[in-house]
Design a protein around this ligand. Structure first.
Ligand SMILES: Cc1cc2nc3c(=O)[nH]c(=O)nc-3n(C[C@H](O)[C@H](O)[C@H](O)COP(=O)(O)OP(=O)(O)OC[C@H]3O[C@@H](n4cnc5c(N)ncnc54)[C@H](O)[C@@H]3O)c2cc1C
Length: 252
């Protein structure tokens, strides 16, 4: 006989254990789009205690919508090389232009990250950052529903040696510092130029303030790079570059 109270107890106990285990982290990633998922998979696989907070219910960020809600995305050869590592299949529709199913890409990146040991908290957003001794020390979290409900509910804090802004277009975490004058203001995305945007996404991935890194479209938005439309290789490569840089910082 199934006992309803037992089911509730299992959920409450196991979730509490998971959250308590991630109150202190090596790395906290804010945003579960493609750059955050690749970054999280690589850091977790390298043995870092890593948690990812995603404000929506599902990971995948902007991947789901493909181009104009046609749920296919494009990867160039360099991006496809990373995708293959995750068992993501593509079809080379034109030389150098690989078509990839957006749902498969999201599912496989997420599964690989979770299998590697990344712990994902969905429905929870970073509403602020903590700064101590001129260094980002973690994020201030709350249920996404609390913001949309406008209920006055105090948040909790999750500590981290490194915090990563992988929030895509809003560049939400870096803007929490920029709006207070702690770092220069975000420059905003430049008009579309796929070639330049893909290159600059990777170039601008990195540390923007002690303890704070930026990836993907958040890096574009913060540094004023060109936007690039539904080609995603730069997002995957950005996750790879951030993982390498953070590994160097945490394990010099
Ligand atoms: C309006 C719009 C325009 C787009 N334009 C472009 C474009 O010009 N060029 C381009 O390449 N792609 C564009 N895309 C597609 C897509 O956003 C990106 O290409 C790609 O998905 C970015 O990957 P990412 O890893 O940077 O983050 P995203 O895929 O954007 O994922 C970011 C994730 O962070 C989450 N998040 C945001 N704030 C918080 C927070 N405070 N706490 C927790 N989670 C948070 C979001 O819910 C989201 O799931 C666009 C998407 C949208 C919706």
């Amino acid at each position: 006989m199934l006992d309803e109270a037992e089911i509730s107890q299992v959920i409450i106990e196991s979730f509490s254990q998971k959250l308590i285990a991630h109150l202190r982290n090596d790395v906290v990633i804010v945003g579960g789009g493609p750059s955050g998922l690749v970054l999280g998979e690589r850091l977790a696989r390298a043995g870092f205690r890593t948690a990812l907070f995603e404000s929506r219910l599902a990971t995948g960020g902007g991947v789901w919508g493909g181009g104009m809600l046609m749920n296919q995305i494009v990867l160039q050869e360099e991006g496809m090389a990373i995708a293959r590592e995750y068992g993501i299949r593509g079809t080379e529709h034109r030389p150098g232009y690989w078509a990839v199913d957006a749902v498969a890409m999201t599912a496989k990146l997420t599964a690989a990250a979770v299998d590697a040991g990344l712990v994902i908290f969905n429905g929870i957003e970073a509403e602020d950052v903590a700064v101590k001794n001129d260094r980002v020390d973690g994020i201030v979290i709350n249920w996404s529903l609390v913001r949309t409900s406008t209920l006055p509910v105090d948040p909790l804090l999750v500590q981290s040696r490194i915090t990563v802004d992988s929030t895509g277009h809003p560049s939400a975490v870096v803007n929490m510092l920029a709006s207070r004058g702690i770092i220069p203001p975000a420059r905003g995305e430049a008009p579309m130029n796929c070639e330049a945007g893909e290159r600059m996404t990777v170039e601008h991935t990195g540390c923007v303030y002690p303890g704070l890194y930026v990836t993907g479209m958040a890096a574009c938005g913060y540094h004023g790079s060109s936007r690039m439309g539904p080609i995603f290789g730069g997002m995957l490569l950005s996750g790879v570059k951030a993982a390498e840089a953070i590994t160097r910082e945490l394990r010099p």
